[in-house]
Design a protein around this ligand. Structure first.
Ligand code: FAD
Length: 474
């Protein structure tokens, strides 16, 4: 029987398994190896907090690229949305935990053994994959942290974002209860008493989640957020219908021509009192192609000069959330500092965050609780994750030219260091940021999950053993 393994059971891994079940016409065994976050929900949709909203409107969150209204129709089936008309529901930013329910529901439907004619046997393994090797028969062995090993014909890496980068500290900090290195772990039970200070390292979407939760809890204290750009994500808005201005020869444009093109349309929009983000949104269908066409130097220049602006404009937040955060800024509870975080110093009374501000000035802020909200670390090859290090060591993956993730071909087959496409390893999701730039949100990932499932099904199956077969690893 064909056996496929997926490492990572967040949105990308789960929806690939669903698409394998949808398109397979023969019996199949699928292993999903998933740890740390609940299966089907991953990092984004495992929050239990209702104030954490999707940052994409419901109309664009279908899990299936070939059924664009699927999420909206699923919401329509729930009585809690009965009071909203179709238009309101389509434009709604729904709690992320509800989106997690949606993905889990789809998985239960498509991967359930009670489905009539179901020939897919899904095995979800709660463990960490730490290594992969190629076996002589042409298949792969995946080593798990528990010491067990499973075999599969092919393996998909759907491991999501890299863990957050750490900070230098003058003395050991990892076990200090006043420092939280993973913003997704529960730090709310460590909140300082009213009047205390919470310092959030980072001013992106994770910081926004933290700030709205502190507001929801009516926590009375000071919040200081710090990042290199000091920029808050922008709000979604209802824009005008703007013509598709991207020329047919867009792939021939170099970075400076592209920047000038976009700037000129931002200007035009400003002149008619419209939000210039409309011009950026128009690029979305072309972003991956544009990115692929840039030279390495141009990509580096984009990352240096334009990426911060791109991120705050592209990854916008629900208007209600934006309003809440700006209210906290206005009433002084929240302060945002622009500065480069240098190192942390645990003191008897709290933790100091040392930073360099504009013009090279040095500054210090002190928090009773410090939470790392800086987001995933971007350098793939130095990431302290056993699976990543072992894949690199074995020459099974090749970092992309920016070292943000792995390199794949157009069918998501991982490119090996010798330039050949792997016959067993595939990757989708945030691991492809360096290769595709736009590869982190559902509107891109749903297409990847469907396409990679089809490609994996096209591959010749290899005979593999039934279950956890090997107790050793080569
Ligand atoms: C807070 C937040 C909010 C977001 N909101 C939106 C939104 O509203 N709309 C949108 O389109 N996108 C949103 N996104 C983007 C989000 O990245 C994608 O929508 C999607 O959830 C990514 O899913 P993924 O499966 O690729 O990665 P993840 O969700 O990170 O899942 C990867 C899974 O693999 C597991 N894993 C990793 N390595 C191993 C290993 N070695 N062994 C076993 N398990 C492993 C992880 O623990 C995790 O469970 C948001 C992201 C975040 C972080």
């Amino acid at each position: 029987m064909r056996t496929l393994a997926i490492i990572g059971g967040g949105y990308s891994g789960t929806m690939t398994a669903v698409n394998l079940a949808r398109f397979s016409d023969s019996p199949m065994r699928i292993y999903i190896i998933n740890a740390n976050r609940p299966f089907g929900r991953g990092t984004a949709y495992s929050t239990s907090r209702t104030e954490h909203l999707l940052n994409v409107a419901a109309r664009n969150m279908s899990a299936f690229p070939d059924h664009p209204d699927h999420f909206f129709e699923w919401l329509r089936s729930r009585s809690d949305f009965d009071t909203f008309d179709d238009k309101e529901l389509q434009e709604m930013f729904v709690p992320r935990r509800i989106y997690g329910d949606y993905i889990r529901g789809i998985a239960a439907n498509f991967l359930s053994p009670v489905m009539p004619g179901a020939e897919v046997h899904l095995i979800v393994i709660d463990d960490v994959a730490v290594d992969v090797t190629k076996l002589e028969g042409g298949n792969a062995a995946i080593k798990l942290q528990s010491g067990k090993t499973i075999e599969a014909d092919s393996v998909l890496l759907a491991t999501g974002h890299q863990p957050p980068a750490g900070f230098r500290s003058k003395s050991p900090i990892s076990h200090d209860s006043r420092y939280c290195s993973d913003p997704w772990e529960n730090w709310l039970d460590r909140l300082p008493a009213p009047g205390g200070t919470v310092v959030l390292l980072g001013t992106g979407l994770t910081m926004v989640d933290s700030v709205v939760t502190l507001s929801e809890l009516d926590w009375k204290g000071k919040i200081i957020a710090i990042s290199r750009n000091g920029m808050l994500p922008r709000s979604h808005f209802r824009g005008i219908h703007y013509p598709d201005y991207i020329p047919e020869n867009v792939s021939e444009l170099n970075l400076s021509q592209l920047v000038n093109l976009v700037k000129s349309h931002c200007e035009k929009l400003k002149q008619i009192s419209q939000n210039s983000a409309i011009a950026i949104d128009k690029l979305r269908p072309y972003t991956q192609q544009l990115w692929k066409n840039l030279t390495l130097e141009e990509k580096k220049e984009f990352l240096k000069k334009h990426a911060s602006n791109w991120n705050v404009t592209r990854h916008r937040i629900a208007p209600a959330i934006h309003e809440r955060v700006t209210d906290q800024l206005d009433d002084g509870q929240l302060e945002i500092i622009r500065g480069n975080i240098e190192y942390l110093v645990p003191q008897e009374q709290g933790i100091e965050v040392h930073y360099t501000g504009s013009g090279g000035t040095e500054g210090v802020i002190q928090g009773d609780l410090v939470v790392n909200c800086t987001g995933p670390q971007l350098r793939y090859s130095t990431c302290d994750v056993p699976l990543t290090q072992n894949l690199l060591k074995r020459g099974l993956v090749q970092p992309d030219e920016l070292d943000m993730g792995v390199t794949v071909d157009d069918d998501f087959r991982i490119m090996e260091p010798d330039g050949k496409a792997s016959k067993i390893l595939y990757a989708i999701g945030p691991l492809l940021r360096g290769s595709l730039w736009e590869s982190i949100a559902v509107p891109e990932l749903r297409g990847q999950a469907m396409r990679v499932a089809q490609v994996m099904l096209e591959q010749e199956p290899v005979e593999t053993e039934e279950q956890y077969v090997l107790e050793y690893f080569i």
